[in-house]
Design a protein around this ligand. Structure first.
Ligand code: PMP
Length: 388
């Protein structure tokens, strides 16, 4: 008999929701035109995309023309960082300073590292506490005369800690009144859209990265919110699609699927209610893990400063690959951290930044829970850990 799988890797990706597949199939059946063509087929497809853009703009409380569609969050993060840096370099012929953190996803961390290595920017990487927390004051203290960009992850995809985006947004209003160059504030909100208030006005940010496949939407589609007046240089050159910022025929079906996935998230109250239900399962897991002397939680367990769905822990004296493989054989899918570094047996830059790694061997496990999971799933995981 085939054993029922327990999927607890929802921060890596999620299955496409049936309503999303239906919206995509219906769109494909009726609209094949190039949304940039002026004939009827094109304009009909364009109208559908415009509608999707309006719905996404409503989700983020911004204007439709402030939403740029991309191939996913990796591209959005690159466009945000490289776009701002190139703009400042060409406008002021200077060496910009960028502030980011050691908690970032590879698509931010490695982009900043690369620009630094090429000598294009100076960079500061803020170190978190051993619980994976960073304060707004820590960021403010790093600001220099040539600081042009702050890029901060909203919810850590590896350890689930929440960074003080709104508080920093508020403080930056004053800082920008007297700063040498206008400091652009970017957040990678990929793991935050499920449960947090993403009203960009209230957050006080200029650029926000989002994607679809972590919320039961399709892969290979994402977007960047670009506040009106924020100057970005292109990464690629071509036609004038996406207000000239992202040339190339849009991924129409992806856009339709992404808009449906965001619609399915519901109101902020709905998202918070679903977050509360998921947090109960996370608390159950945390409680269950207390029986193991050799398990150490990575990240904070504070309600305000940790997200409802991601829990990361290290199991001392265990081999990384063996742990994931044994759990997989037991029918449970979890990960070692970010799917983007899987295959690597070394701890990620995020886990290293917590400064807790000793010379003892340890396996790092990330569990990411979704609405579709149940308390029984977490019980089974706890049972499986006993057999490792
Ligand atoms: N940022 C964060 C926080 C993520 O979790 C991910 C996905 N692992 C990405 C960026 C990259 O997203 P995409 O797969 O859409 O490029």
């Amino acid at each position: 008999m085939k054993t029922k799988r327990i999927y607890l890797d929802n921060a890596a990706t999620t299955p496409i929701d049936k309503t999303v597949s239906k919206a995509i199939t219906e769109f494909e059946a009726h609209y094949f035109g190039n949304p940039n063509s002026i004939h009827r087929e094109g304009q009909e497809a364009r109208a559908q995309i415009d509608f999707a853009r309006q719905n996404l703009a409503a989700f983020f409380s911004c204007k439709p023309q402030e939403i740029i569609f991309t191939s996913g969050a990796t591209e959005s993060n690159n466009l945000a960082i490289q776009g701002v840096v190139s703009e400042y370099v060409s406008a002021y012929n200077m060496k910009p300073h960028v502030i980011t953190t050691m908690l970032e996803h590879q698509s931010v961390y490695n982009t900043v590292k690369e620009l630094e290595k090429k000598g294009i920017i100076e960079a500061s990487y803020i170190k978190p506490t051993k619980d994976g927390l960073i304060t707004a004051d820590q960021i403010i203290r790093e600001i220099k005369d040539n600081t042009v960009l702050i890029s901060l992850i909203f919810v850590s995809n590896e350890i689930g800690t929440v960074l003080p985006i709104r508080e920093l947004g508020k403080q930056l209003v004053d800082v920008n009144k007297s700063s040498h160059y206008k400091i652009i504030f970017h957040t990678d909100a990929v793991q935050a859209v499920k449960h947090y208030n993403l009203n960009v006005q209230k957050l006080g940010i200029d650029l926000l990265t989002f994607s679809a496949h972590k919320i039961n939407g399709p892969k290979g589609i994402g977007g960047l919110y670009v506040k009106s007046g924020t100057k970005l240089a292109n990464l690629v050159f071509g036609g004038s699609q996406e207000y000239g910022l992202r040339p190339g025929t849009q991924n129409s079906t992806g856009i339709i699927g992404m808009a449906k996935a965001y619609e399915n998230l519901g109101s902020l109250e709905d998202r918070q209610a679903s977050g509360n239900a998921i947090r109960k399962m996370k608390s159950q897991l945390l409680e269950g893990l207390k029986q193991f002397n050799l398990i150490d939680i990575n990240g904070s367990t504070d309600l305000e400063q940790s997200c409802p769905d991601i829990l990361n822990f290290s199991i001392l004296n265990k081999d990384q690959e063996m742990v994931i493989a044994k759990l997989d054989l037991a029918g449970i899918a979890v990960s070692t951290g970010s799917a983007c570094v899987s295959g690597s047996t070394k701890p990620s830059h995020v886990i290293n930044a917590l400064g807790k790694i000793t010379d003892r061997e340890a396996a790092t496990v990330r569990v990411s829970i979704a609405k579709s999971n149940s308390a029984k799933d977490l019980d089974q995981l706890i049972e499986a850990i006993k057999t490792l």
